[in-house]
Design a protein around this ligand. Structure first.
Ligand code: TRP
Ligand code: ZN
Length: 473
């Protein structure tokens, strides 16, 4: 017998080489095979599929074109993101539309779609901490989505154009992203529409030019923005640009049919901002304004960042509500949809304070009237506690709005006015451009007055089922 080993069949030799190469790749951790998929949702208690695991978006660059005649949207979304784990694949949320191409780091990536999940498989794994860029070329007719509560959001075609509204999950109807409030990012949006139409979005207008019968407008949002308050309104709007006496740019876009009815109330924007700054601290963004569509354009107003959207001329209470959201909701954003009362309780309480400061009922009177006969106007007022909505279908119901404001009033009663008004300013300052949840808030309040017992406020008003006992005088 020769001392050399018997010849190894070729097939076996190749297999062994592959195994060795595989083992090396597994241990090398150099962009080889080591990552896992990021996950298709963030396990939000109300919208478990919203958002995605494994990465954080830092910037969205949307380059889009829309034709109102065909209702076709097309373009490219470029997301800059940071991997928060070793990733073999990750998801974006996108509902409807057709995807033509996806790249990661400039290289074509494989992708597939199931429901609202667009799963992207980059050619190489992405190491934790890696900053990467993903582009999605897409087109189609964006969908109007129906929320669990029956309201319509997403992409809403109007008489002359369309408006995009995204609370809670409608933004996935018009751009791919990490559509959960916990992941905020800066934005650039470039939108091309037929000449003669306006295209209005968040942030500041940085460029606009018309050629070949089409107008291309660019909007820049430097401050972090949750995707549910991103907007795009395309239509035949009257556009006005001014500044407040303090120098804050005010940019309004008003449907001509609502121009007359809107004039007086929109002229109060600088006064509302000044009043709100006195009460809530410095305005958190670099411009303000409003978008006023027609009544049929949407079923509700929305606190879209910088400039809220109103379906028809708002009354002063609604204007105050949506502008107050710029502090409570847009700057301090809920970590999950369970924390929605932090948005709506504060924005509703802002309306009470406005009344109190402008010759109307005091907040105490508003509270008392709600306690005594709130069911007359808000049938479901006592049907669940603000801190724990009964289901996704109820996150925009009166227990979140009116009873949420009642929680704040109970805190005011315990803290006294000096500490309470400090809280109204300091809370949005502490979490400026960030996110917070209900526990962050309750522990923040407790730290303000360590000797005070807030147990009954939390147990009865914030988390308790049914109508709480009448508070003492
Ligand atoms: N959050 C909006 C506001 O308070 C209202 C809103 C948005 C809404 N989406 C909704 C109300 C869906 C009912 C249903 O200004
Ligand atoms: Zn609101």
């Amino acid at each position: 017998m020769p001392r050399s080993a018997p010849p190894v069949p070729v097939a076996l030799r190749v297999a062994t080489a592959l195994l060795v190469a595989g083992a090396l790749a597994l241990t090398a951790c150099d962009g080889g095979v080591h990552g896992t998929p990021g996950g298709s949702g963030l396990r939000d208690p109300y919208f478990p599929k919203a958002g995605n695991g494994g990465y954080d978006v830092t910037h969205y660059d949307l380059d889009l074109a829309y034709d109102p005649d065909t209702e076709k949207l097309s373009g490219t979304a470029t997301l800059t993101a940071r991997a928060t784990q070793d990733l073999s694949a990750f998801d974006l949320d996108l509902d409807g539309l057709d995807v033509q191409k996806v790249t990661v780091g400039g290289e074509t990536a494989r992708w597939n779609r199931t429901g609202q999940e667009l799963t992207v498989r980059p050619p190489d794994d992405l190491d934790e901490g890696r900053i990467f860029r993903v582009t999605v070329d897409y087109s189609g007719t964006p969908a109007t989505l129906t929320d669990p509560d029956g309201s319509e959001e997403g992409w809403l075609p109007t008489g002359t154009g369309a408006v995009a509204l995204g609370e809670p999950t409608g933004s996935m109807a018009w751009f791919p992203g990490n559509h959960h409030p916990s992941d905020k990012a800066s934005y650039d949006l470039t939108i091309t529409v037929p000449e003669g139409l306006q295209a209005v979005s968040n942030g500041e207008l940085t460029a606009s030019r018309t050629s070949g019968g089409r107008t291309t407008t660019t909007w820049h949002t430097a401050e972090p923005m949750a995707s549910y308050v991103a907007t795009l309104a395309i239509g035949d709007y009257d556009v006005h640009r001014t500044t407040t006496p303090e120098g804050l740019p005010v940019h309004t876009a008003v449907d001509p049919a609502e121009a007359e009815a809107s004039r007086k109330v929109l002229a109060r924007i600088p006064a509302v901002i000044a009043w709100a700054e006195d009460n809530f601290g410095p305005y958190p963004f670099s411009s303000t304004g409003a978008i006023v569509g027609r009544e049929g354009d949407a079923g509700y107003a929305l606190e879209t960042q910088n400039r809220p959207f109103f379906p028809g001329a708002p009354d002063i209470g609604t204007l105050v509500h949506e502008l107050a959201h710029q502090w409570y909701g847009d700057s301090v954003t809920p970590k999950t949809w369970r924390d929605m009362w932090l948005n709506e309780g504060f924005a509703t309480y802002a309306e009470w304070l406005w009344d109190e400061d402008h010759g109307g009922d005091s907040a105490q009177e508003t509270f008392d009237a709600l306690y005594d006969h709130g069911e007359d106007d808000y049938e479901d007022l006592w049907s669940f506690p603000p801190g724990k909505p009964s289901s996704a279908a109820h996150i925009s119901d009166s227990p979140v709005y009116q009873r949420g404001a009642m929680v704040l009033h109970q805190i005011r009663r315990r803290l006294g006015d000096t500490a309470f008004f400090a809280l109204l300013r300091d809370w949005p300052t502490t979490h400026r451009h960030g996110t917070a949840d209900t526990e962050d808030f309750t522990s923040y309040v407790e730290d303000l007055a360590p000797d005070e017992d807030f147990g009954p406020v939390w147990d009865d008003w914030l988390y308790g089922e049914g109508k709480p006992a009448r508070p003492g005088p």
